[in-house]
Design a protein around this ligand. Structure first.
Ligand SMILES: [Zn+2]
Length: 170
């Protein structure tokens, strides 16, 4: 069944997609994702995504979401652009209220639907936002741009101290 990632789906529609084990897939330009766009160094490129709907125990609407994108972030050590590859796969349980979320079977991340509807593009955008590192940095200091070498030794030391912070969630 064809469907768009930019359509609002009601809960009963989502339930039907799950009954039919439907798959929605497509590509979204990053510049169309307003919340994510604000966090990027540049908004060219796109995200490809696939949503596979299934039922759990005949009752719960489950979405297996896969998305893949390369995001341009700003390195916090050298302030120059860096690329952050995202390849995410999550299993989400769509629920109509927080009390239902508490009863969701283990292993699924609950998504409480706002006004009992869902736009897949928003779900994909949320997933990309969650994937962003708290402190984007080039993997190795040698990859950092020329700005670092112009800094005083003291500020370079400060930048190095940040390396001790726990790695961001991927
Ligand atoms: Zn850097």
């Amino acid at each position: 069944m064809p469907g768009s990632l930019h359509t609002w789906y009601s809960f009963s529609w989502l339930d039907m997609l799950a009954e039919r084990q439907s798959v929605l897939s497509g590509e979204i330009e990053l510049k169309r994702l307003a919340r994510l766009r604000d966090m990027l160094h540049a908004d060219d490129g796109s995200v490809t995504a696939k949503l596979r709907f299934t039922k759990h125990s005949g009752a719960w609407v489950i979405v297996e979401l896969e998305c893949e994108a390369t995001l341009a972030l700003r390195c916090q050590r050298c302030l120059e652009p860096m690329l952050h590859a995202v390849e995410a796969r999550v299993e989400l349980g769509l629920v109509e209220s927080a009390s239902m979320a508490a009863r969701l079977p283990e292993g699924y991340e609950p998504v409480v639907l706002e006004r009992e509807r869902l736009m897949p593009a928003q779900l994909i955008e949320d997933e990309l936002i969650v994937s962003l590192p708290l402190m984007p940095k080039h993997a190795r200091p040698e990859e950092c741009g020329g700005l670092v070498s112009q800094r005083s030794e003291a500020s370079t030391k400060a930048a190095w101290t940040l390396d001790c912070a726990p790695p961001g969630k991927h």
